[in-house]
Design a binder for this molecule. Structure first.
Ligand code: SF4
Ligand code: SF4
Ligand code: SF4
Length: 377
């Protein structure tokens, strides 16, 4: 099983200002940066699965295993145990969203087998943190939670029998799934090798893909499952720092409407109208990838301190900022009007420059004339 990266989905490919290090933090031994993009040795396999679950945009994947495919085959099966000994390459392939969606869509409790992980390892830490976060968010609106096998009594005789049968058949994944269910992802097998690390070239086709907005499958699945979930009687507000995969935002008055954040947002969570007179925000599309923050020069976009659980059940499009758009009297282009002369910043700048040159020319002329009068020239 080998690791793949669809570079067009990586937000570092969208902007050199992106500071995303989620995959590097998840797999520091396997992932590194080459030319500001994540890279890894060609033979990297399941040992880097934690980056698959960590990447907000699902840019990483494993050959021969698809988390999306797993989700549906798991629901179809009767087994409610997820284990590297049984049906997944590693528990770290799951993001918090996957774990929440799994818990919400099954009537029975799901057990995650963490018995084979070294408790002192980064991998274990990652898996534990994601399960904890999923259970924490679920606790705000659901009675269901995921359990780990250390939380659970040892398997009964019947359960052991069922587990053994499933292991031998691998029935719920099925042979077809194991052989080739991975989604159609762009592969970079012919990527140039450099120090054994993959190097990703941004060719024309990749650049076209970078410009597209895409909502990852894991978010689509969670969104769909939430539509069928029981709506809680009261909606809690969770602290922003306790939730890693989604956020709510506000924009302050230092925003210049430079348009970058809503043009670059990978999912379209930030958007505008045809005149660019507004900043809209859909929290349910936000991946908390922080790209909008990284590209905002005046640092005008901020995380809201609390995340409202209501957003999961009643998603809204909020207006973060509105602008007055006027036509420039000089060049005729539309611009964000903030008062004063009705001229766009570029024309104002050009006008300022022209004034400066004119003043200089006047001074030079005066100097020449005085030198002439003094008989110096
Ligand atoms: S976590 Fe995903 S988006 Fe972030 S740098 Fe890694 S591949 Fe790119
Ligand atoms: S929030 Fe920042 S990046 Fe977005 S339009 Fe305003 S200034 Fe530009
Ligand atoms: S709104 Fe910002 S943090 Fe959310 S997905 Fe878009 S760029 Fe990423």
């Amino acid at each position: 099983m080998s690791l793949h990266l669809e570079i067009a989905s990586c937000i570092r490919a969208k902007s050199k200002f992106s500071n995303c290090t989620k995959c590097l933090d998840a797999c520091p031994d396997s992932i590194t940066l080459v030319d500001n993009l994540p890279s890894f040795a060609n033979n990297t396999g399941v040992e880097a699965a934690a980056c698959v679950g960590a990447c907000p945009t699902e840019a990483f994947s494993l050959s021969d295993f698809s988390t999306t495919e797993f989700f549906f085959t798991f629901l179809d099966s009767k087994v409610r145990l997820i284990s590297p000994k049984l049906n997944v390459p590693c528990l770290s392939v799951f993001s918090v969203e996957h774990l929440m969606a799994l818990a919400l869509s099954c009537d029975d409790e799901i057990t995650l087998d963490i018995s084979s992980y070294d408790e002192a390892s980064i991998l274990y830490e990652q898996i534990e943190a994601r399960i904890e976060e999923a259970n924490f968010v679920l606790s705000a609106f659901s009675v269901k939670r995921l359990v780990t096998n250390s939380d659970k009594e040892p398997l009964s005789k019947d359960e052991k029998k069922e587990e053994a049968e499933v292991t031998s058949r691998r029935s719920f994944l099925g042979n077809a799934s194991l052989k080739g269910v991975i989604k159609h992802k762009m592969t970079f097998d012919e990527a140039v090798e450099a120090d054994e690390l993959k190097r990703f070239d941004l060719d024309r086709a990749t650049i076209a893909k970078i410009r597209e907005t895409n909502v990852p499958d894991k978010r689509k699945i969670l969104f769909t499952i939430l539509k069928q979930a029981n709506v809680p009687n009261a909606f809690e507000i969770l602290a922003e720092e306790d939730i890693t995969f989604i956020s709510q935002k506000f924009v302050d008055e230092s925003c210049t409407n430079c348009q970058i954040c809503y043009r670059i947002c990978p999912t379209g969570a930030l958007s505008s109208d045809t005149k660019f007179s507004i900043i809209h925000f859909d929290a349910m599309l936000c991946l908390k990838c922080r790209l909008c923050h990284d590209v905002c020069e005046p640092e005008a976009i901020h995380l809201q301190p609390g995340f409202e659980i209501k957003e999961f059940f009643e998603p809204t499009q909020r207006t973060l900022a509105t602008f007055t758009i006027k036509r420039c009297n000089e060049c005729g282009n539309n611009f964000t009007y903030t008062g004063g002369e009705q001229a766009c910043p570029r024309c104002l700048e050009e006008e300022e420059e022209a004034m400066f040159l004119h003043e200089n020319a006047k001074k030079m002329k005066a100097l020449l004339e005085s030198d002439k009068e003094d008989g110096n020239i």
